[in-house]
Design a protein around this ligand. Structure first.
Ligand code: FAD
Length: 314
């Protein structure tokens, strides 16, 4: 089922979850165990992140260093297929602009369609540390709005090649939004202008970057509505579990952590998980009261603290 259908039919607050494919060379079993662990906590759908190729440096046996380009975490499509078909839970496959040609994206969408996956999150990705060689026969998407346009075109059966009587591919399209502004945007107004372009290109809902102060989300929703963005805006939450995340989360995701939460964790670092759970419960409660259609949890590789939060609301 499509995300917008889940939202339209919801009788109460929905919960969705986001997981990350295992690193190359590892088993998918740990991930399926995470999926099993959240089955009792009403996953309306599960997002599976995408990871573009990057350059890595390896020391060879002869002592020289060799540069190789590969994806550290491949498998988004296969994992969506497993969750969708083994667990009968809808999935959202993340699709990236950076590191992929439009031809590869079209192939990915065809595979997702064969697997029964009906939802994609169209995102740009972040700077990759190598220059992709693009031949004259291929093309790329630069911004997420371009990728939305490509997926939306397939809804009308517009493939990159002209095909006779092509079947349309009907995906529900989500995009990313930033309650604290995307780090590259000069200001919130410009960022929301670009978000609106993604919606006008065919995006049907927005999932936000994680935030730790609900006021940021409330204000973001208000600004989006004033700008004429009417699609559902799904808040994304992360539960802080380890003290080092006070530094790594703002650095990696360009978000801020309120002083009150930082002070509380620094005052009793041995209770960081408990504090993080309490904080996320308070945020979830506030978001449900506000009327957020769904609360989306960034689980990544560890569901235990997210489960502690969600079970309070079931
Ligand atoms: P865009 O919408 O393209 O915007 C990027 C920047 O460019 C913004 O500052 C925007 O204001 C500006 N901009 C947009 N359009 C234009 C234009 N036409 N002209 C000029 N400027 C423009 N990363 C991954 O690698 N894998 C994932 O699975 C993943 N999942 C994510 C899920 C969510 C919910 C979120 C919020 C982020 C996710 N990311 C993921 C991170 C994302 O790739 C980065 O935040 C990236 O820097 C921006 O992606 P975007 O789709 O928002 O980009």
């Amino acid at each position: 089922m499509k995300i917008i259908e889940h939202i339209d039919r919801a009788q109460g607050p929905l919960f969705s979850y986001e997981i990350v494919p295992p690193p190359r060379g590892r088993t998918v079993k740990d991930l399926t165990n995470i999926v099993k662990s959240i089955l009792p906590y009403r996953p309306s759908w599960i997002d599976v992140t995408a990871h573009g190729p990057a350059a890595f440096y390896h020391e060879r046996q002869d002592g020289l260093t060799e540069r190789r380009v590969y994806k550290k975490r491949p498998g988004t499509i296969g994992i969506c297929g497993i969750i969708q078909n083994r667990f009968q839970i809808d999935t959202v496959a993340h699709l990236l602009c950076l590191g992929f040609t439009r031809e590869e994206t079209e192939d990915a969408l065809i595979e997702l369609n064969y697997l029964g996956v009906e939802n994609v999150l169209a995102i740009r990705g972040d700077g990759i540390n190598y220059t992709q060689k693009i031949n004259r026969e291929s093309s790329t998407n630069t911004y997420a709005v371009d990728l939305v346009g490509q997926v939306h075109g397939l809804k009308q059966g517009r493939y990159l090649q002209e095909l006779s009587d092509p079947l349309p591919l009907d995906f529900c399209i989500g995009v990313a939004g930033y309650p604290e502004k995307h780090f590259e945007a000069p200001n919130m107004k410009t960022d929301i202008f670009h978000l609106k372009q993604k919606v006008e290109a065919g995006a049907q809902y927005v999932t936000t970057q994680m935030f730790f102060n609900n006021e940021d989300y409330f204000e973001f929703v208000r600004l989006c509505r004033n700008a004429g963005i009417t699609v559902p805006i799904i808040p994304g939450l992360k539960v802080i579990k380890k003290a080092y995340q006070l530094k790594s989360v703002p650095k990696n995701f360009h978000v801020s952590i309120p002083d009150e939460l930082v002070d509380e964790i620094e005052a009793s670092p041995e209770h960081v998980e408990e504090i993080g759970i309490r904080w996320a419960r308070k945020q979830t409660e506030g978001l449900i009261d506000f009327g957020a259609p769904v609360v989306h949890f960034y689980i990544m590789n560890d569901s235990s603290s997210v489960i502690e939060v969600v079970k309070t609301f079931l």
